[in-house]
Design a protein around this ligand. Structure first.
Ligand code: TRP
Length: 457
């Protein structure tokens, strides 16, 4: 019965630092190291970056604080939390949409995590030593084309995540991330230094920071918005679930600011390692999902002890991907176990099996020579369908509902009390700004993006 904790017995992160690292362990993942660089490359660099930053400040941060508020106020899973804050059934849709996005993300995320796992072993086998761009292309192609390798590695990723989750929130999440996050950062910085001294590196920097708004389209804005939700784990209840484990004295403005900033720094550092290499080795920035996998091993091949460091890099990236995946699983599992009263262990296993079944088609459609690349859902491959429906529709829509819910359907005083830790924090000004963004700016921006997407604006 110990699986069925009620809200007052739930575990909590032990300190403020633990809260910060745990949240970071959800936000820093493939979104930073894989998706951010390849989307920045695909959508033209600097201008995309600026739009991304604006999305973080004016949309993502208000959503993040709102999710923390909902979670810590109620100390429940995403759906239970919403239920506890309102009698209106309508709002439960936030939770249900969240479960759907969680599954959609896991379907393709587990495939990409699988590629990372396989790269650990390729690195150990020394496959990248003295490799050329062409050879890296071959290796990546073999990794994603299938039929068997992508699926086997995807299963590995899913099994690792579920095994860790069977040990519980605190032990699993806190211990791993506190130790390893800084090591990953150091490795990325080593990569940066080497990449920046490659011949032609400056073209990469120019690409990353040259701002040309003339190329910006509606699609690019939508992509940047979706990426800000994806990278910061927003719009589907992950941060609600994490907030439910926060300590009561946590300063949630400070935590969200620090998390957003650190997450952005990790992404930029990844970009600074990848783009110089892209230009130096003659790759195209708009290369797509293979970008990380084709550049990073090449950069390491030019570093003393690179053969060893590249193993370490993929191990740590696998860990970042795994902890991020754990946070997505967590949303589904706390829901199944707390709302449906199914023991936690069983919930983990059910989730893992569903992710495998639907994850396989995603893994088998990741590139244009994959087995299922010709099967289309609404004009997309499975991989792209799960990715774009979650990032570009479900997460921002969830975010919109969350800000409307907290902005218009919660007592302002309740929000003020929770965010000021019942007067312990002196942050009235911040709360005012937050409430203003929440009620007027953030929803407006989201609605504008949605309307322009369906062609009304
Ligand atoms: N933010 C993670 C990353 O960048 C992925 C992730 C974890 C996520 N939890 C989420 C994305 C919740 C959306 C919603 O890799």
């Amino acid at each position: 019965m110990k699986d069925r904790k009620n809200s007052s017995e739930r575990e909590r992160f032990s300190t403020g630092l633990a809260v910060f690292f745990a949240t970071l362990s959800s936000t820093v993942g493939l979104g930073n190291i894989w998706k951010f660089p390849y989307l920045t490359g695909k959508y033209g660099g600097g201008a995309f970056l600026i739009i991304y930053f604006l999305c973080v400040v004016f949309v993502a941060l208000p959503v993040m604080i709102s999710e923390m508020f909902i979670g810590r106020k109620t100390r429940k899973n995403a759906i239970g939390a919403i239920k506890a804050l309102t009698g209106r059934r309508f709002w439960k849709i936030i939770g249900y949409m969240g479960i759907l996005s969680a599954f959609f993300i896991l379907f393709f995320y587990s495939a990409v995590a699988g590629w990372v796992y396989s790269y650990i072993f390729k690195a150990i086998a020394g496959q990248f030593g003295g490799a050329s761009m062409e050879r890296m292309g071959d290796i990546f192609g073999k990794t994603v084309t299938g039929p068997l390798p992508p699926i086997i590695w995807q299963i590995v990723a899913i099994v690792v995540v579920s095994t860790i989750l069977l040990f519980g929130v605190k032990k699993g999440i806190e211990r791993i991330t506190k130790l390893l996050m800084p090591v990953l950062l150091i490795l990325i910085i080593i990569c940066d230094i080497r990449a920046l001294s490659l011949p032609g590196a400056m073209d990469g920097i120019r690409f990353l920071f040259k701002v040309d708004f003339s190329m910006v389209t509606k699609e690019i804005v939508l992509m940047a918005l979706g990426l800000s939700f994806f990278k910061l784990s927003l719009g589907m209840g992950t941060i609600i679930t994490y907030g439910s484990y926060f300590t009561q004295d946590n300063n949630m403005f400070a935590t969200s600011g620090k998390v957003a900033l650190s997450d952005t720094i990790v992404s930029l550092l990844a970009g600074l390692a990848i783009f110089p290499a892209v230009f130096s080795f003659g790759l195209k920035p708009e290369q797509g999902p293979g970008l990380l996998f084709m550049t990073i091993p090449l950069v390491f091949s030019k570093i003393p002890l690179g053969g060893l460091l590249v193993v370490l890099f993929f191990i740590l990236t696998a860990i970042a991907a795994t902890t991020a995946m754990m946070s997505i699983f967590e949303v589904v599992i706390t829901f199944i176990s707390e709302e449906k009263k199914i023991p936690r262990r069983k919930a983990v296993i059910i989730t893992a099996v569903v992710v495998m079944l639907f994850g396989f088609p995603a893994a088998l459609s990741a590139n244009n020579v994959s087995l299922l690349s010709n099967v289309k859902l609404f004009g997309n491959t499975f991989f792209n369908f799960f990715d774009s429906v979650s990032s570009n529709i479900l997460l921002p829509l969830g975010g919109l509902l969350i800000v409307l819910f907290v902005g218009y359907f919660q007592h302002r005083q309740v929000v003020r009390d929770e965010l000021s830790n019942y007067g312990a924090l002196n942050n009235r000004g911040l709360i005012k700004i937050y409430l203003f963004l929440l009620r007027y700016i953030t929803p407006l921006l989201l609605v504008i993006v949605f309307l322009s997407m369906v062609g009304i604006i």
